[in-house]
Design a protein around this ligand. Sequence first.
Ligand code: AMP
Ligand code: ZN
Length: 107
Amino acid sequence: MDCIFCKIIKKEIPADTVLENEHAVVFKDINPKAPVHLLVVPRKHIATLNDVKENDEELAGKILLTAKEAAKKEGISESGYRLQINVGEGGGQEVFHLHIHVMGGSE
Ligand code: AMP
Ligand code: ZN
């Protein structure tokens, strides 16, 4: 499958990885829109949030917890940050592998 995030997960192309666990990989966005801009990407290829099924419930919870953990690791936990999921073309999604943007840090 020609998916750039699957290739990053399989380490076929490099990324600046912040943390990895059983469910997800977190790496720095290549075109950051905030001083700290991370992407939390589930290992399972799911195109968009619309494609998340009832039996992905555990995964959905784990990627949210992973976002929190990554924010802490990058030192923006206390100062604050925001999460964003773009869904579909109309939602501004460019990479069709589900991901959570984690953005924060002072300018
Ligand atoms: P979205 O618009 O929600 O699909 O966001 C896709 C994000 O992936 C954008 O913010 C891009 O800058 C980022 N991105 C695309 N390719 C890479 C890459 N190879 N490594 C890191 N981030 C990437
Ligand atoms: Zn993928």
